[in-house]
Design a protein around this ligand. Sequence first.
Ligand code: BES
Ligand code: MN
Ligand code: ZN
Length: 504
Amino acid sequence: MNFNVQTTTWKKVRATTVAFFQTEEKRGIRATIKGLGRTSAGASAETLLATGDMAGKKDEIFVLYPRRSESAAKRVFLVGLGKADKLSLETVRRASACAAKKAQKMKSKSLAIVLPAVKGASGAEIASAAVEGILLGLYKFDKFFKKEEPTVPIENVVIIDDGTSLRGSSAAEVKAAIEETQTITNATIFAREMENEPSNNKFPETLANWAKEVGQAHGVKVTIFGPKELAANKMVGILGVNQGSAKEARFIMMEYMGAPKKDTPPIVLVGKGITFDTGGISIKPAPGMGEMKGDMSGAATVIATMKSVASLKLPVNVVGLVSSAENMPSGTAMRPGDILTYSNGLSVEVDNTDAEGRLVLADALIWAERYKPKSVIDLATLTGACVIALGHVTTGMMGNDTSMMERLKRAGDATYERVCELPIYDEYDELIKSDVADIKNVGGRWGGAITAAMFLKRFTNYPWVHLDIAGTAISDTAGDYIPKGGTGVGVRLLTRMLKEEANA
Ligand code: BES
Ligand code: MN
Ligand code: ZN
């Protein structure tokens, strides 16, 4: 899909569909109301607004057909934004997604947009939000369908610059912002693709290959550990969890050293890469187990963020680490009661083989130490408890790096990939005490998201943040620009934070 900014008016723009946005207060299109045409039932824009039939509500779209003599476009969309005082960049993402989906359904090969005004936001920011909404909204995991009627993709999106419509930004600024947003959005879609891939096509080796592809395409150094290196480095968590699988485990290291000084301490991203989580011998119940193909979402986010950061050539040092295994029950699988002794000397009683994420992450957290990191951020679909606490709306955030947590909070609000802090008070440590080892891998019924973090904390001795994306990475309902299934959550969040790091 091509995006460009054209200096023209809506009547002259070379696009089949032109979209106007409108709040419930009916601000926005008054000046252009003449010539927008009529609906197929014959109502004009004036009538729609005067009768209140078009109320400007969220998700509302009216289609008008202008007269050929009036405009070059075949059709006009009036897209509702909801209440003016609630209008934000998120509104623009959602409304643009709705408009793009409708345009694509109508087989419109080009879509022109008159950007709505958003208080406090520049035209470049508003355009970026529109681009995110369009690209993320049109994403579909449809490669397995036999295509009866192939979708006609939108080929061109035009941001109209009629002198006032860019809301204070120059065309060049808008163009640059769009380009950057496309890169980040494409990386998000790459993460979704990895997440949605079924687990008969996706094993630890597959994750390693995806990482290598990113490495080759964007100049990221990629190193992979297989069974031999995992054993040599005493990565007992990854090996233990993978013990029941017919496939081999992998540990993936990606290094992008873009900072002016190569010895600037890097930010290390750690991802949970369980390519399928049956629970192992502590097997999960059947309903919904299929969702566990997405239990490598943390890994997908890390790999895709490396792609995003390297394509943007951000002047930062970033390392991506992924612990990947397949959690299967079998005659060779790890048993409840088994004890693992990690390379840092800490022993762990495996009380429940379904709490496997923390076991594989521990190896990576120990490994991260050798980079002398400025901060380590791990991402994992770690606990059902986090979904109980925060639903599918917010990522759970825990850690000791308070300044990084503040930055992630801000980046989360800006990208709408919001994070919410949960406490990691010392008292919770009691819950992971074991009778037979230093700690155990489950903390009982209460505070499950937190006890998982308490476990991870034992393997960190540097500034650290843990993001539990169990609720936000795998969506059970389709939103305007967030589909059912893999969401790619975290790529936009982390890239935003790293962009800020680059400017610091
Ligand atoms: N991958 C799951 C967590 C999960 C649940 C992610 C639902 C996404 C949606 C994780 O490995 C797991 O099984 N956690 C257990 C931990 C428990 C045994 C302490 C859980 O949450 O039930
Ligand atoms: Mn599990
Ligand atoms: Zn899991």
